[in-house]
Design a protein around this ligand. Structure first.
Ligand code: SAM
Ligand code: SF4
Length: 337
């Protein structure tokens, strides 16, 4: 990796890193079985979280020095962080060196979105991904440990009404859990004009019980959906989701095949945890700290150096399914999905 005047952060394999995922909290109001255990989570203390000003400074450095154009806020559940629209407003004001707006997005479980969607849109949020793994109330309660399906559905409608564009619904597909709902989920998404996206179940669950047999491969997902809704694949660039446009032109759906067809070759992401650690991969086993720099009068050069070091050590790809795969110590909610 070099900062060679091209204004790009380039890793050891020549991939340009330009997409930042920021976890703004490790806390959550749900307990999705594939993400965190029902009991016993130890939350970060409030002072350990990066402040909005610290987050803003990091994003500014990445935009100015490395032409980052896209930032996604996630968690834990980002909407449980107080004053979220304020952070969105701060980040939305940052322009790219070419004067473009930042592509600013959010991933949320949608539970309180009915109350927040228009504030987020007004604050400058561009687009939104809402997680929804089932349309059946009993299953929803079993999966999330919360009786909140009605609120998530209202939140999805509120996001559409607020004009967030596009609205995507993320569904983690698990064998024997919700793999019989793929077509229903697509039908629901098409009816309200949002994009359904299916995600292969990854070994980042809270209780470490993931097994390959629980993964429904992307090929099977596509086959099941297109039997009911014929669709053709289109180019997806560096988007990890393979995209399929319906033959009747009523929208599209996507599949993220992180396990069976990893997209590491095209990965342009880097992650910042809520407590100020840089992770160069979802599955990274090492992290680099920037909170000490942010709180210790470190310079922007110091910050940039840590990002460069992190990019330099980014591996070619994860090895889920291989004997040498090491599961990260943190679960998905602690990393920021
Ligand atoms: N709380 C927010 C939400 O649920 O959308 C944002 C954080 S969540 C960790 C981000 C995304 O990661 C969600 O779409 C969730 O479904 C997905 N996710 C969590 N654990 C996963 C796992 N083990 N495998 C695949 N996706 C997972
Ligand atoms: Fe919370 Fe999102 Fe994890 Fe579910 S997937 S427990 S909503 S952080």
């Amino acid at each position: 990796m070099r900062q060679d005047g091209t204004g790009q952060l380039i890793d050891a394999y020549g991939r340009v890193v330009r997409d930042l995922r920021i976890s703004i909290t490790d806390r959550c109001n749900f307990r999705c079985s594939y993400c965190m255990p029902e009991e016993g989570m130890k939350w970060l203390d409030r002072p350990e979280l990066l402040s909005f000003e610290e987050i803003e400074r990091v994003v500014k450095v990445l935009i100015e020095r490395y032409n980052f154009e896209s930032v996604r806020l996630t968690g834990g559940e980002p909407t449980v962080r107080a004053q979220l629209p304020l952070l969105v407003e701060k980040l939305a004001k940052l322009k790219t060196p070419s004067g473009k707006d930042l592509d600013l997005s959010l991933t949320t479980n949608g539970a309180t979105l009915r109350l927040l969607a228009s504030d987020l849109k007004n604050a400058g949020l561009s687009r939104i991904n809402i997680s929804l793994d089932t349309l059946r109330q009993d299953r929803f309660i079993e999966l999330t440990k919360r009786d909140q399906l009605h609120n998530v559905i209202s939140g999805i409608h509120a996001a559409v009404e607020a004009g967030l564009q596009p609205v995507k619904i993320n569904t983690v597909v698990m064998r024997g859990v919700n793999d019989d709902e793929l077509v229903e989920m697509v039908r629901f998404a098409r009816e309200i004009g949002v994009i359904a996206r299916f995600i292969e179940f990854m070994p980042l669950d809270g209780d470490n019980s993931w097994a390959p047999s629980q993964v429904v491969p992307a090929t099977e997902i596509v086959q099941k959906v297109t039997e009911s809704f014929p669709a053709k694949q289109i180019s997806h660039g560096s988007d990890p989701a393979k995209r399929y446009v319906f033959d009747d032109q009523k929208g599209e759906f996507g599949v993220i095949a992180s396990v069976t067809i990893p997209f590491c070759d095209a990965c342009d992401r880097i992650r910042l945890t809520a407590d100020g650690k840089i992770r160069n991969c979802l599955f990274a086993v090492e992290e680099q700290d920037i909170k000490t720099i942010l709180r210790g009068n470190g310079s922007d050069d110091d910050l940039a150096q840590v990002f460069e070091n992190s990019a330099k050590s980014k591996w070619a790809g994860h090895s889920i399914g291989n004997v040498n795969f090491i599961r990260p110590k943190r679960s998905m909610s602690q990393i920021g999905g």
